[in-house]
Design a protein around this ligand. Structure first.
Ligand code: PMP
Length: 396
């Protein structure tokens, strides 16, 4: 049996986490319909889920998953390469390729695994990666794991990036790595400008559409579709765990690129394939994303409504942010925690994001909407926010 004693260094670390007010407890959430969840017996409007299109509990996904579950069982039994790639994996990859307008697609165990694996496979020690400072941890970890030189840039200071790109004239390859939509700010990356720079300096552009897929673009293919640059992005990575309502990462591209990744990316080669039932559910979700654009339209309508409400209250959201991720910057970490607690008492689950996840002085509530929310939910939310801020001595 494992010892209940922690090594001293872990005890110390844990104590420091608690003393800094950063200890995270393990809670149990029960998802409910209508963008809600049950937590400790209380029904809450869930404003912190990534199920943007309300598909995770859609009966069509559940039924597709059930069919595959009874046909093929629960686990995939092996990595895709060895013997885990079933007909449902093949169907999903084919459907993803069609959806993305690409020759082929490749599945990964998660979006995290896709980012980590792809970047660490394409970039080598002699190369240089230019990585946006707001990029997700999985992109940053991929850059680190690759061993390549690693430069952080700001997408609001592209002149600096241009100078940096011009400086690197050595033999190594250059990569620009960015999220399409930054997960803590809801900001969109300037993909057109990044494409221009990548082309001017012979760099490859890698884009993670985790928060773009299903949410942006006329067909829901993401921000690259919305900005008309899909063909100019070298590698497009996506996740099935957010708007698609399932689990898994994917890359779409040419048959040749997919063949290369299949043979080279370690997070795909050395990890068990996704459960077939998840692939079947994702097939059903892609169908819905393409035929029910009303979900996307409603999501954006709700996002605009909430942003307007915050603006009327002079509540600082990140000005250029768009879409369903809406930060409310409160700056002070203790105030942010208190307001999140007040909101929970009033029936709303909202993420309180503090350093080191976001820079010092920018602690925030991070609201994410789904198309299952109602305007009335948001009206009540705004009132509850007003009430909490007033109680905490924060006037408008
Ligand atoms: N990229 C971004 C921008 C994300 O926000 C996340 C999830 N938080 C991921 C990648 C990882 O995706 P997954 O949850 O599918 O591993």
């Amino acid at each position: 049996m494992a010892s209940s004693e922690l090594p001293e260094w872990m005890e110390t670390d844990l104590r420091q986490i608690r003393e800094a007010g950063l200890f995270r407890s393990r809670r149990i959430f029960q998802p409910l319909a209508g963008g809600r969840c049950l937590l400790d017996g209380q029904t809450l409007v869930n404003l912190s889920s990534n199920d943007y299109l309300d598909l995770a509990q859609d009966p069509r996904l559940v039924s597709a998953a059930s069919v595959a579950l009874s046909e093929l069982g629960v686990g995939a039994r092996a990595s895709a390469l060895v013997s885990g790639r079933t007909i449902w994996h093949a169907r999903l990859e084919e459907q993803l390729a069609k959806f993305e307008g690409a020759e082929a697609a490749l599945l990964f165990p998660s979006g995290y695994a896709a980012n980590l694996g792809v970047i660490s496979a394409v970039a080598q020690e002699a190369d240089t990666i230019f990585c946006d400072r707001l990029n997700h941890a999985s992109l940053i970890d991929g850059c680190r794991l690759s061993g390549a030189r690693f430069r952080v840039f700001r997408h609001d200071q592209l002149e600096k990036l241009k100078r940096e790109l011009a400086k690197h004239t050595d033999a190594g390859r250059k990569f620009i790595v960015t999220d399409s939509v930054f997960s803590m700010d809801g900001l969109s990356a300037p993909l057109r400008d990044l494409c221009d720079l990548a082309e001017e300096f012979g760099a490859s552009l890698i884009v993670d559409e985790a928060h773009g897929t299903g949410v942006y673009g006329g067909n829901g293919r993401g921000l690259a579709e919305e900005l008309g640059v899909e063909d100019r992005v070298t590698i497009r990575i996506g996740t099935l765990s957010k708007a698609v309502g399932c689990l898994g990462g994917f890359v779409s591209g040419s048959e040749a690129l997919i063949n290369w990744l299949w043979n080279r990316v370690r997070t795909q080669i050395y990890s068990t394939a996704l459960p077939p039932s998840i692939c079947a559910a994702a097939c059903a979700a892609l169908e819905i994303i393409q035929t029910e654009s009303v979900r996307r339209a409603r999501l954006h309508e709700l996002s605009r409504y909430l942003r307007l409400g915050l603006k009327e209250r002079s509540r600082l959201t990140v000005p250029a942010s768009t879409g369903p991720i809406i930060p409310v910057i409160l700056s002070d970490p203790a105030l942010t925690m208190q307001v999140a607690r007040d909101l929970q008492s009033d029936g709303f689950l909202v993420g309180a994001i503090r350093p080191p996840t976001v820079p010092q002085g920018t602690s925030r509530l991070r609201i994410s909407l789904t198309c299952a929310h109602q305007r009335e939910d948001l009206e009540r939310f705004l009132k509850a926010l007003d009430g909490s801020l007033a109680r905490n001595g924060e006037s408008r």
